[in-house]
Unconditional design. Structure first.
Length: 199
């Protein structure tokens, strides 16, 4: 299970050290989560592929976050709507994301039903920048409408999901309960993900 001590990997200030800790301590847990989510993602009725962050472009600075992504392509995920689960140094996140690299971003987001977005639990957030850990805002009608207005900008991004801060109950509950919270969070996002990947 994910634990508070997992955040300690970010205390290593060296590239090799932090990458080594991520690969040894966090990546295996991502793969367990991927297996646990298989029945949930199977409800989409299309193949979903997992992508564990490799941080291959890193040559000097250690990564500030790490993640596993799920998309409809075996080759990648950034150009497609995708689910992303991961860590910053102070939070664990679960996002449904459409990044600036996505093809036809505005068209895709036009398929999302506002009622389904606002039907998400009150603990959910919306965000506009996957590179900024503090981008999340409470998922209210006002905040979501502001997010959608930004989508005319070339570099705009779109995210829905949850953040679990370091020290939260997620990291002290039982492994079964933690897995259930992650499954329930992803399951809540599935109706919207289904709209994003509809032909």
């Amino acid at each position: 299970m994910y634990q508070d001590q997992d955040f300690q990997v970010f205390e290593d200030q060296t590239l090799a050290g932090r990458l080594g800790k991520i690969q040894k301590q966090i990546d295996p847990k991502f793969l367990i989560t991927a297996g646990d989510l298989e029945p949930v993602l199977a409800e989409l009725s299309v193949p979903i592929y997992q992508h564990v962050s490799q941080h291959r472009r890193r040559t000097k600075n250690p990564p500030t976050d790490t993640w596993i992504a799920f998309s409809t392509s075996k080759r990648g995920y950034k150009m497609l709507p995708h689910l992303e689960i991961g860590f910053w140094d102070d939070r664990f996140f679960i996002w449904l994301a459409v990044l600036q690299e996505a093809k036809n971003r505005q068209g895709l987001l036009g398929q999302v039903q506002l009622a389904d977005v606002l039907n998400l639990p009150s603990t959910f957030e919306c965000g506009n920048d996957h590179t900024d850990k503090n981008c999340g805002q409470p998922l209210t009608l006002t905040n979501y409408q502001a997010l959608m207005r930004e989508q005319v900008n070339r570099h705009a991004e779109w995210q829905l999901g949850r953040n679990f801060m370091r020290g939260s109950d997620l990291f002290t509950t039982t492994p079964d309960d933690q897995a259930a919270i992650i499954r329930d969070t992803v399951a809540a996002l599935l109706p919207i993900y289904r709209q994003l990947i509809a032909d």
